[in-house]
Structure formats: C-alpha cells, structure tokens
Design a protein around this ligand. Structure first.
Ligand SMILES: Cc1cc2nc3c(=O)[nH]c(=O)nc-3n(C[C@H](O)[C@H](O)[C@H](O)COP(=O)(O)OP(=O)(O)OC[C@H]3O[C@@H](n4cnc5c(N)ncnc54)[C@H](O)[C@@H]3O)c2cc1C
Length: 413
C-alpha cells in the first residue's frame, strides 16, 4: 500500500477532546499515535467556548471527570510550557428552591470521596463571595472554590504540544476521508497518507454522526445553537479587587462569569434551535452562526434580576455557535462493541469541563483493555443504533432547555 503508515492509534478531531485523547495516550506510554484535524486545532466548537470548567455535576458517576479535566490541562501546561490562563474563581450553583438545595446537599459525600472542595453556602456567604449578586429569595448555593475557567484554545495547544513532546504527531489540514476495518486493524485515509492503526478514536463532535454512517452506525449526536453574551465594562466589577465566581442559575437558566471587567453569560434557551441536522456543510470553517438576541430576552431579564449590574451594562457582543448534543446531554465515550478497535469520544456539550478527564478514562481503558470503573451512563452502547431522528431531536430539545435543572425536579421557584 503506497504511503501507508503503520501506527498504534489515530485520533480523529483536533478539538479539546481529541487533543486530550492524544495527550493521555502518550502519557500512558503509547508511541506511534497521530491526531488528524481537518482544519486547525480548535476549529470546531472549542475555539469559541467560554472555557468554563466547573466541578459541579449532578451525575455523581462522572464527577471525577470534571475534576480530572482541570488537572489534565494543568499537567499538560506544565509539561509543555504553554499557559492555559486558568482563573480559579470558583463557582456558585444557585438554589432557588428548597428541593434544589436538598439535591446539592446530597452531593457532599461524592466530593468528600474524591477530595474536592464543595460547600453549601447561605445568603451571607454568597454575598461575600459575589457582592454583585442579589441573594433575595435564594435558599443557598453549592460553592466549588477549586474551579473557574481556562482559555480553551491555549489548553488544546498545551495538550497537543505535551503529546508531541512525547512523540505523537499532529497533522492539521488533514481530514480523514475514509475509515474502515481492515482485518484486525483500521484503515484511515487522508489526502496525503493512509494510516493502518490498531485503534481509532472518533473525537469529531457533531461531525461524528455522518462520519460513522458508512460503518452502519447511527449515533444520535446533533448540533444545537448556543448563545453567549459579553457585556461592556461593569464599573462595579472594576471596583472589586478580586474576580467574582461563576454563577450557574437553574432559574435563568444560564451561566454568568466575569470576563475582563465585564460579564460573559451563556444561555440555555427554552426553545432551542438546531443547526445543520441534515449534514455539516463541507466548507464549514471557524464561522459563527447568526445570533438572535430576541430569543434570549426572557433569560437575560432573569439574569438581570439576580445580577442587576449585568442588566445595566451595554451588550458588547452576542455569539451563537454550534455545540454537539446527545438526547441525555451526556457524551458518547467508550468502545463501539460491534467494531473492535473503534472508540468514541464525541457528543460533548461540556467538552472543556469534562474533556480532559474523559480522555484519561478512555485512554486508560484502551491501554489495559478494561475500564478502571463502570461509567455506563456515558457508554455509546446505551443508545440503540436505530433511534428515530425525530425522537432523538425531541429529547435533545428538552434536555437542553432544562439547562441546570436538577435532573429529577422542576427548576421554577
Ligand atoms: C457558545 C458556546 C460556549 C461554550 N462554552 C463552554 C464552556 O464554557 N465550557 C464547556 O465545557 N463547554 C462549552 N461549550 C461546549 C464546548 O465548546 C464543546 O463541548 C467542546 O468544544 C467540544 O470539543 P470537541 O473536541 O468534542 O469538539 P470540537 O472542538 O468541535 O472538535 C472537533 C474537531 O473535529 C474536526 N473534524 C471533523 N471532521 C473531521 C475529519 N473528517 N477529519 C479530521 N478532523 C475532523 C473538526 O474540524 C473539529 O476541530 C460551549 C459551546 C458553545 C457553542
């Protein structure tokens, strides 16, 4: 076969998840691993993500994926010398109801077990931590002081650079055109070369659905539009001598953190819109989608009620970007049981928050042939191969619209 490279693993996709996979495989001592990216590193959703990395998650089985993600980016940063701009602001998950507070309290033992700081705080403490937040009507909050936000592009480059230092190859402008099993191995074709690999990892976010169809796989990963709003400078933030914690409010539902001397707010719309469900345009690059601030109005008013200074500031930019979503909002992480050697690390909507830890989990599984512990809630096998498209889209809509609601209870105060 001309121009064929025999490698141990090919990782397809150069966002934060693919770069984390490459990093972890090399950290476990794998040689001959290559990452293929169709354009540039971070070209997909990663470049425009807000970079929030929180420790808080309702699904206790995967809490350590959050915590290990920050650790992964920090390790890659110190190995590569590439700064990741980690702001350890901590986060507040607001409880607008007694039930929400009770659900947050139930999570305490999980954080104790993994030795991560997690505290339930009352109104007085919230006001100290975030003096611009109106605490009236709040029942409390979960405070995770160890998290914050990173620069997703820098983190991706730190991971790729650290992997390169351990011998991995990163090929940008190298789309994988064809992926097929060949005996016990996998053949991956690019314009320049063909790779013959023992393992292939699909880390191509919302491109993965189409990419896997020729293999007879139909995965329910679709792109949803997601907005974020940046404000002008907020004098009240300038007057503080510290950066306020990120706020996640199930009532809005939204996340609002400090960005420079303004706010950056990501909104979970009640009537979410999809993008390109019939197929990602072949020439889609680093473009953003057309924003529609009208769709955010009700949510932004709720954010303003909670953080009045947010509403007083002018709006600097409104971004709308595509983001991968699965029906239950969790990624597809694990092997494809019917096709040995093919692994999925796709469908992430909190890919910065969970990408590094997810890659650690999957790479360890690939390395030994067995998972370190059961995480079946994220395995690709939880979905049948033939979920009707309309059913998948309907579930994604309701999961997305629930935003930060506790999975088992309603979020309205
Ligand atoms: C506005 C907005 C704000 C967000 N904020 C946050 C946040 O604060 N925190 C958080 O955790 N998440 C956030 N997200 C979600 C986050 O951006 C994604 O979860 C994350 O970037 C997914 O990473 P990924 O590596 O899976 O995918 P991507 O970054 O999309 O990477 C996939 C890569 O695969 C490549 N690719 C596709 N097909 C091929 C092929 N055939 N060959 C080679 N390469 C291919 C693409 O070019 C792309 O670079 C946000 C999303 C949006 C839209």
């Amino acid at each position: 076969m001309p121009n064929t490279d025999r490698v141990k693993a090919v990782v397809v996709g150069g966002g934060i998840v693919g770069a984390s996979m490459l990093y972890w495989l090399t950290r476990l001592g794998w040689k001959d691993v290559v990452l293929l990216e169709r354009r540039n590193l971070t070209s997909g959703s990663t470049w425009h993500a807000a970079g929030n990395v929180t420790f808080f998650g309702h699904y206790t089985a995967i809490t350590d994926l959050y915590v290990n993600s920050i650790k992964t980016y920090q390790a890659a940063s110190s190995e590569s010398g590439q700064e990741i701009d980690f702001h350890q602001t901590g986060s507040l998950r607001l409880a607008n109801t007694e039930q929400e507070l009770a659900a947050y309290k139930e999570l305490e033992p999980v954080y104790e077990r993994i030795d991560a700081d997690y505290h339930i705080v009352g109104a007085d403490e919230i006001a100290k931590l975030h003096p611009l937040l109106d605490t009236r009507g709040l029942f409390g909050a979960a405070h995770t002081p160890g998290d914050g936000h990173v620069d997703p592009t820098s983190a991706t480059h730190a991971l790729a650079r650290a992997a390169r230092l351990r011998g991995a190859e990163v090929k940008t402008h190298s789309p994988a055109h064809k992926i097929r099993p060949l005996g016990v191995r996998w053949q991956v074709e690019t314009d320049e070369r063909t790779y013959l690999a023992d393992h292939v990892v699909i880390a191509t976010s919302f491109w993965a659905r189409e990419m896997l169809m020729p293999l007879g796989l139909h995965i329910p990963v679709y792109p949803v539009q997601h907005h974020e709003v940046r404000t002008d400078v907020v004098p009240e933030l300038e007057a503080l001598n510290f950066e306020v914690p990120a706020v996640r409010d199930p009532f809005a539902p939204s996340n609002t953190r400090q960005e420079g001397m303004g706010f950056l707010c990501g909104v979970y719309e009640s009537d979410p819109q999809f993008w390109a469900t019939d197929g990602i345009p072949a020439d889609f690059g680093e473009e953003l989608l057309v924003p529609d601030i009208g769709r955010l109005e009700e949510h932004l008013m709720r954010v303003t009620k909670r953080i009045p200074a947010f509403g007083e500031a002018g709006i600097k930019t409104v971004n709308n970007g595509p983001m991968a979503y699965t029906p239950d909002g969790l990624p597809m992480l694990g092997p494809v049981n019917s096709l040995p050697g093919l692994w999925l690390a796709t469908g992430f909507n909190i890919g910065i928050g969970t990408g590094g830890g997810s890659a650690e989990y999957l790479a360890k599984w690939m390395n030994t042939g067995s998972p370190t512990h059961d995480l079946s809630i994220v395995y690709p096998s939880r979905y049948a191969n033939d979920i009707p498209r309309q059913r998948a889209l309907a579930s994604i809509r309701s999961t997305y619209a629930r935003g930060y609601a506790v999975p088992s209870i309603a979020s309205q105060p």
